[in-house]
Design a protein around this ligand. Structure first.
Ligand code: PGA
Length: 249
């Protein structure tokens, strides 16, 4: 059975002590689900203390970024080997904030997902169009371009997760409608089916991200091709994140 994935991306929020406090509260009365996985992606400085608390629980640990070399003279960077050593199982790669604020290119993102998968961590590849691209009717063109380039020569698809995050819906309170999201998810699955094969396309989890909140989670998760969500703002509050985890379909 393909489990859904409910992932929280904390971005640059929460100190290590705030992170620990959050996770302790989250674990209190957290329901156990057979059909879903729960993931939190705190900032780098919180990864180790959080890893100590979620050990032997159902909550999984992810990082928000990584460099594509294992070690070396790369001041300020963190390698996938370092992440793996502290129990990180997932890494968000190519988030639109990394692309747009920090100038990450598709070439860099491609190198990141390859290295991460090679080390045995699951990359969560983020793709999505900007508002002007959607308005110009270029959504599928952009998605196609990102998939072509980010997945070039990438074969470790069993560990890959894709997150469709329309840039215009991130942090804006504007969510894509379930239908708008589903349409792009279907497109992504067709792309994967052509690039790899039908089985890979069906098994690969495609998450939706962009202003996911308790009010819209149930409708989003009802869509056939939405296999989970990547949640920013609403993952910072225990109550809201719990409600998202407890989505009802
Ligand atoms: P948001 O962020 O839920 O705050 O819109 C989503 C994301 O950037 O992954």
């Amino acid at each position: 059975m393909k489990k859904s994935l409910i992932a929280g991306n904390w971005k640059m929020y929460k100190t290590p002590s705030q992170s620990v406090e959050f996770v302790k509260l989250l674990l209190e009365n957290l329901k156990e689900y057979e059909d879903r996985e729960i993931l939190i992606c705190p900032p780098f400085t919180s990864l180790f203390p959080v890893s100590q608390i979620i050990k032997n629980t159902s909550v999984l640990l992810g990082a928000q970024n990584v460099y594509f070399e294992e070690e070396g003279a790369f001041t300020g960077e963190i390698s996938p080997v370092m992440l793996k050593d502290i129990g990180v199982e997932f890494v968000i790669c190519g988030h639109s904030e990394r692309r747009n604020i920090f100038g990450e290119t598709d070439e860099m993102i491609n190198k990141k997902i390859k290295k991460v998968a090679e080390i045995g961590i699951k990359p969560i590849l983020c793709i999505g169009e900007k508002l002007e691209e959607r308005e110009a009717g270029k959504t599928f063109e952009v998605i196609n371009y990102q998939l072509e380039n980010d997945l070039e020569n990438f074969e470790k698809f069993e560990n890959l997760i894709i997150a469709y995050e329309p840039v215009w819906a991130i942090g804006t309170g504007k969510t894509a409608t379930p239908q708008q999201a589903e349409e792009v998810h279907v497109y992504i699955r067709e792309f994967l089916s052509k690039k790899y094969n039908k089985e890979v396309a069906e098994n690969l989890r495609i998450l939706y991200g962009g202003s996911v909140k308790p009010e819209n989670i149930d409708a989003l998760m009802k869509e056939k091709n939405i296999d989970g969500v990547l949640v920013g703002g609403a993952s910072l509050k225990v109550e809201a994140f719990k409600r998202i985890i407890d989505y009802i379909t």
